[in-house]
Design a protein around this ligand. Structure first.
Ligand code: ZN
Length: 370
């Protein structure tokens, strides 16, 4: 187990921030590590210098279980108490950038894969896919799919942080930009112009109000929206002609997308006054759902129960993973299960609870190797 924690520390110490998107060093480290344990791996690039890695261990059956992780982390936030790339252990927690998202999951997948290679017999074939660019546009995962590496999979496991729960689905991610276009005028005579910033401001407030009230009009009630960026105007003494904002909408059901678009358009039209309103999609990842009654999922839940002694909660995770890009058409049964709590991720002083790390490792060993 100490060796596993040491592997985790080494992974955290490698800068794989995205942006800018630098997976080369961590790719090389893992490739060499696997090789040292007798496992050959392959390189797949979606763009020059942006490698993802995959490897396979043959089992008695050709039916394949996919193990999914990502190589990149988000960029460094301000406010870290310790240098984020110098992992430190305090009170059975490992502090460092990406410790939860998802170098903990990565270390655990590597460890289970290493053990699998030592077994004379394995029930299933195991395929490890470690992607680049998960924290930006999922292009590493999409490239795996294009190469046919996600075909004929009977079960997929994504080792993202689930805090002891078994994730059986994830919400969709609908990113879009709204634009308001008004008319410039001297700042001292605002009545002569049409202020795009004001129109955008009214729009955002109205959307917030509608989402507070409207989730019932969306089927699930658990769809959310957030405004992440806004930019507008040119100068303090000019009525702003342009304003845009980036929205991040999370959808529980695919059907909710149409309802959200209607909500957006009606809000945009009702506030824009003399300004013009339009929007465009930045990206869309569909919601994913797995059937909890599937025998492989039941088997996974059995492993969690056996190792932890508790009945795990089956739930949706709030975030989006590589899954929609790995399986652009139809997904096999899958679970999300990995060490740590996602509320730790994407912020300063991220840490991983080492107890959950060790427990998850045992669950995966139980499920995949016994
Ligand atoms: Zn992640």
């Amino acid at each position: 187990m100490n060796e596993l924690v040491s592997l985790l520390q080494q992974l955290v110490a490698i800068d794989s921030c995205n942006p800018p998107g630098q997976e080369e060093e961590i790719y090389r480290f893992i490739q060499v590590w696997l090789e040292r344990h007798g496992i050959a791996s392959q390189r797949v690039e979606f763009a020059p210098g942006r490698p993802s890695l995959w490897a396979e261990i043959r089992g008695e059956r050709s039916e394949t279980i996919l193990l999914s992780g990502h190589l990149d982390t988000v960029s460094i936030a301000s406010g870290w108490e310790n240098p984020p790339l110098q992992p430190q252990i305090r009170n059975d927690r490992l502090y460092g950038l990406g410790s939860t998202d998802m170098k903990g999951g990565l270390a655990l997948l590597l460890e289970v894969f290493r053990q699998a290679a030592l077994r004379p017999k394995l029930p299933y074939t195991l395929r490890l896919l470690l992607s680049a660019d998960e924290e930006d546009q999922y292009r590493g995962a999409a490239e795996f799919a294009r190469k046919g590496l996600t075909e004929n999979i009977i079960f997929a496991l994504v080792a993202e942080a689930t805090a002891g729960k078994v994730g059986i689905g994830e919400r969709g991610e609908f990113w879009l930009r709204v634009f308001f276009h008004g008319r410039e005028a001297h700042g001292s005579t605002p009545e002569q112009g049409v202020n795009a910033i004001l129109a955008c401001g009214r729009f955002l407030c109205l959307l917030e109000e509608k989402f507070q009230r409207a989730p019932p009009s969306l089927r699930s009630g658990s769809s959310t929206w957030n405004v992440g960026r806004i930019e507008g105007g040119r100068q303090v003494n000019i009525v702003a002609e342009q304003c845009w904002a980036d929205l991040d909408i999370r959808l529980e059901f695919e059907e909710d997308k149409e309802k959200v678009i209607q909500l957006l358009e009606s809000s945009g039209q009702s506030v824009c006054d003399q300004a013009q309103f339009r929007w465009e999609t930045i990206s869309y990842q569909r919601p994913m759902r797995s059937d909890p009654k599937d025998p492989m999922i039941q088997q996974f839940v059995d492993s969690v129960r056996t190792v932890t002694g508790n009945e795990p909660k089956l739930d949706l995770v709030t975030y989006c993973t590589d899954l929609p890009s790995l399986f652009p058409a139809k997904a096999p049964p899958f679970v999300l299960y990995g060490p740590g709590d996602i509320r730790q991720a994407h912020q300063p002083n991220e840490y991983l609870d080492l107890k959950s790390f060790k427990e998850c490792t045992k669950v995966l060993e139980n499920f995949l190797l016994s």
